[in-house]
Design a protein around this ligand. Sequence first.
Ligand code: WT7
Length: 662
Amino acid sequence: MSNAIESVLVENRVFPPPEAAVKSARISGMAAYQAMCNEAEKDFEGFWARLARDNVVWTKPFTKTLNESNAPFYKWFEDGELNASANCLDKHIGTPVENKTAIVFEADDGAVTQVTYKELLARVSQFANALKAQGIKKGDRVIVYMPMTIEGVVAMQACARIGATHSVVFGGFSAKSLQERIIDAGAVAVITANFQMRGGKELGLKSIVDEALAMGGCDTIKNVLVYMRTPTTCNMVAGRDKTFTEVLQGQSTECKPEPVNAEHPLFILYTSGSTGKPKGVQHSTGGYLLWANLTMQWTFDIKPQDVFWCTADIGWITGHTYVAYGPLAAGATEVIFEGVPTYPHAGRFWQMIEKHKVTVFYTAPTAIRSLIKAAETDEKVHPKNWNLTSLRILGTVGEPINPEAWMWYHRNVGGEKCPIVDTFWQTETGGHMITPLPGATPTVPGSCTLPLPGIMAAIVDEQGHDMPNGSGGMLVVKRPWPSMIRTIWGDPERFKKSYFPEEMGGKLYLAGDGAVRDAQRGYFRITGRIDDVLNVSGHRLGTMEIESALVSKTDLVAEAAVVGRPDDLTGEAVCAFVVLKRPRPTGDEAKKIADELRAWVGKEIGPIAKPKDIRFGDNLPKTRSGKIMRRLLRSIAKGDAITQDTSTLENPAILEQLAQKS
Ligand code: WT7
């Protein structure tokens, strides 16, 4: 067990929700929470039907709530029709929200732009008309490869408006990753920008799109639409590439939203699994939107006067649900930030909270840990230098938060008066699953506490039997929920196998995380992935994906095994064990080759996947049947003494060699 998990298990500090939060919250007090859980237990479908009627605008009301006949391919609200963009924008027209600021955008250089709901609707509508004019229509897939900008959200919303399914690819992914996603999705267009601005640097995006398309296999792409983020020109291919200005020319700012079926795929978002190939997680429109809106109200208790800031990029699920859809569906004012937390200084987040009077702030433990470190080395970037009294709720997401970081966040950012919602969820779940409620749940550092009403989370053993509180096991969800993954794009078999394994009865949703509930409160603590997925700075990476990238360097690499090891800053770090097609290098040569391999992985997947450690061996530790012994590699990566039984190991001498850093 890692130290982080041990310290969480002995954690006994409890923080009741502040009086003020309990008074004003929608779900006020534990009795109210419990009552909702009971309602869901007693009348599961009735519970969800009520919420879906009250929180979604349907152009055609649904009559069926849940269809389980083809489980695990569940259908929610299947005969209902709606439009996601209309639920985020049109809905507010004619209400006091229409002239309210929807987005406050702060650019990398600090310049601020604002749009009201009315203006945003006009921009989305105009861009939707531009998409239609390019021949893009309902059911088409569109890749969005955009920086954090208002235009990024406009692109997503415009796709939703015409019923096109978007697939956002994070701007940090490589040309190769982009090409794979374009091919897998069979996309007809790419929406991108000439450059993105990060930390004062102008980084090419369009050039990466060009590179991806030149790799071949992307013949489905007919259009590349380019937002000119900076005045610098970029390569434009005649007939294929057009600027936003060109396509928007003469388009009306009114566009009737296309009603789609509740189950229509709103988006596909690729994420790492335990095989080499990323999975295209397919989400619905109705169920997804319901949960995006509801969790804004439940977890963040969002109110008309709130200023909400989620720091996630639109390239990740958090940026979908809590930047592009949820805040707008809830009629909130949200902050969108283009840059990085450490530029021009590591106090940027705190400075922005003060400047925009942010009331609800949502970020990742990795960011908190790196800002703690920065504040410890430089007083000037400590949060105490800014007025953060506007804050009322803090949130974290993406990985377990260590109690020390939680306490620092609580004291130095929240001024000891803001509840911290540690939200556990996944790309596949669409929105929050297990999280405190700010006006109800007493919080415990390092625990995501209790499931939201209607979410039937549990901990089971390998056969799917319930585990008693206090004993660890696998996290599952026993009943479907509206915003769950519908399938893996183009691979329904993989969907069934990955998430509803037969060995566990085929009915439990397997999250892929280990968890334990405490004996006293039944609170959940996530102990980390139980599959071959790593969590580096809150980003999900498949070990097999990195291994495939390494062995694809065929002139150099014979074999590779990738494992994670605990890292104080990034949570986990990538550690690669490599056998070369030449004698094992040492000293400077080993360093040189390690750098070359790092750069290669950066090219193949993206900079986030670059291994922190690379170790070379004449071989890898294998059993006599040829299986790589990963648990041994995990111990070596951690620097632990080998205490495991190595009697089945074919080549024990290799362990010592691999323990040496290059
Ligand atoms: C994995 C999902 C949820 C959006 C961002 C990540 C880990 C997520 C928590 C949390 C402990 C967490 C899990 C999960 N995770 N939130 N609050 N506490 N672990 O989405 O890329 O799909 O990754 O992130 O391991 O399975 P994702």
